[in-house]
Ligand binder design. Structure first.
Ligand SMILES: [Zn+2]
Length: 316
């Protein structure tokens, strides 16, 4: 009887919201980096945290794409519509990534997801101030409101302090996630308030992103021959801290390639000709440049001084 009734039931009318569901492919693309086998350990830590999520979670390590995708995955884990996901026994289960909630989160079209995106530029104090008005309320559609500060090292000092104040106030049913290459890139007071999950550091053997190759070659050439760096003029005009960090990572990757005996690019080849002691200095130099960028020193100044000092080290 019940089965017959079920069979006759007219398909339920989709609400306007459901009709605008984002494409499954777009969401898949957004989550894909989070599903890599290399991230199994951080995923299992997040699964263990899902019943009592920390107010603030930091995702460090890996690459920006992995961190941001994992932050979205975390948001989906907290809010997936599949009831089994919240079963304590289903400890190995992740979010379904196909329900309405998961799909919306994946493409940043969920009303209870707020993404402060530092990948393109700095996160401004006005973005943070805008949070205050909504945080006193409960989330509208989901169990948890999730606020992601993607690449939170892009928070200006004012915005970071404002965010600290936000975190001091009660925010019912709200989880914050900050992604950053290393926790040291954030205000220590922000780090100490949160729970840190570290992704495996970038697989240094992975090929360099296409758009970074010219930078790798220019830097390699300059360090080796002392010329060619300033020829990147057109691209240098748009230099901001985020781009400078990427270029710094080129250097760190080249050093890792050299130390691991991988072929790498031109810069790794220059490093291979340098004595071990000089390579230690190169390593220290990179950390120093990272600190300078963090302290808002002009990105172009940091990079030029880095290139010059690498050249001097290579000539010794
Ligand atoms: Zn789901």
């Amino acid at each position: 009887m019940a089965a017959a009734k079920e069979g006759r039931k007219a398909p339920s009318r989709k609400s306007a919201a459901e009709e605008q569901l984002p494409g499954i492919e777009d969401a898949r693309t957004a989550f894909a980096p989070a599903l890599s086998g290399a991230l199994e350990r951080p995923r299992s830590m997040l699964r263990a945290l899902r019943f009592r999520p920390p107010q603030l979670l930091h995702l460090e390590g890996g690459e920006a794409a992995d961190r941001v995708a994992l932050a979205l995955w975390w948001a989906a884990l907290l809010n997936c519509d599949d009831p089994e996901v919240m079963e304590p026994r289903a400890s190995a289960m992740g979010p379904c990534l196909s329900c309405s909630s998961c799909l919306r989160l994946g493409v940043n079209m969920h009303p209870d997801l707020i993404l402060l995106d530092g990948r393109e530029g700095s996160i401004k104090i006005d973005d943070v101030r805008g949070l205050r008005s909504i945080l006193g309320e409960k989330p509208h559609f989901s169990r948890w409101r999730v606020i992601i500060a993607a690449e939170a090292q892009a928070l200006g000092i004012e915005a970071a302090n404002s965010l600290l104040k936000v975190l001091e106030d009660p925010c019912p049913d709200t989880c914050f996630v900050f992604t950053a290459p290393q926790r040291e890139r954030l205000l220590p007071t922000l780090v100490s308030r949160g729970w840190v999950v570290t992704l495996p550091w970038p697989e240094a053997g992975r090929p360099l992103a296409e758009e970074l190759r010219p930078w790798e070659q220019a830097l390699g050439r300059f360090v080796s021959e002392g010329r060619g760096w300033l020829d990147m003029t057109a691209a240098r005009n748009g230099m901001d801290a985020a781009k400078a960090h990427q270029i710094l990572l080129i250097g760190q990757k080249a050093l890792a390639d050299c130390l691991a005996g991988r072929e790498g690019g031109m810069l790794a080849a220059v490093f291979r000709r340098m004595p071990a002691q000089a390579l230690m200095q190169v390593d220290e130099l990179f950390v120093e440049c990272q600190d300078q960028l963090q302290a808002q020193v002009s990105p172009l100044l940091v990079l030029d001084s880095m290139a010059a000092r690498l050249h001097i080290l290579a000539r010794r």
